[in-house]
Design a protein around this ligand. Structure first.
Ligand SMILES: CC(C)(COP(=O)(O)OP(=O)(O)OC[C@H]1O[C@@H](n2cnc3c(N)ncnc32)[C@H](O)[C@@H]1OP(=O)(O)O)[C@@H](O)C(=O)NCCC(=O)NCCS
Length: 156
């Protein structure tokens, strides 16, 4: 809940409204029943704590695609390589375990660390959704990026 209501984190992950304890519990309960979503807790080995989450939304088992997201909530863990490890793990898990063909994501165009992370881990830029969100007083452009299974395996 602390991460979900942090102003800086919220702006990074394109979230606007505050999250209450009720919302949080609903989210968790629904997650356990909903096969179109999967969430992993990210454990920081160096500080022996739960530092963030990552997962897939909109898992489509017919078209074999899903939307990837991640959030390292503990800011002291940024820039230490966790993001890269999360993306690599989720691409392997998505393509090889869930048998996905396409993994896509939405990221703020001005979120340079995240865009750079995704570019260096196999995601391609696909297009820009102009002024897709209104966050903290201004419209925000969103970059759609995706990784395809055939490209990912060719590069490995
Ligand atoms: C964005 C986020 C996932 C990056 O994870 P991280 O663990 O900090 O990133 P890493 O240490 O693994 O760095 C991976 C790459 O990201 C890029 N990067 C990371 N921090 C950066 C920064 N401050 N400036 C520029 N590039 C940066 C670099 O390319 C880096 O690779 P390199 O060190 O080999 O050059 C993490 O900061 C986070 O969860 N932030 C809050 C929530 C969020 O923004 N989620 C993503 C929304 S799309």
């Amino acid at each position: 809940m602390e991460w979900a209501n942090d102003r800086e984190l919220n702006a990074s992950i394109l979230r606007v409204l505050p999250v209450t304890e009720y919302d949080q519990n609903q989210w968790y309960d629904n997650l356990c029943r909903d096969h179109s979503r999967i969430v992993f807790a990210v454990y920081g080995v160096d500080i022996d704590a739960h530092i963030g989450n990552c997962g897939f939304y909109h898992i489509d088992y017919l078209h074999r695609r899903a939307e990837f997201w991640t959030l390292i909530g503990d800011k002291s863990c940024w820039g230490k390589g966790y993001g890269k490890e999360i993306v690599r793990f989720m691409l392997d898990y998505g393509f090889d375990t869930l048998n996905l063909n396409r993994i896509y994501l939405n990221v703020r165009l001005d979120h340079h660390p995240a865009v750079r992370l995704y570019e260096t881990t196999g995601f391609q830029r696909e297009g820009i959704l102009k002024e897709q969100y209104y966050i903290q007083g201004k419209y925000v452009d969103v970059l759609v990026m995706a990784a395809l299974k055939k490209d990912y395996h060719a590069e490995k």
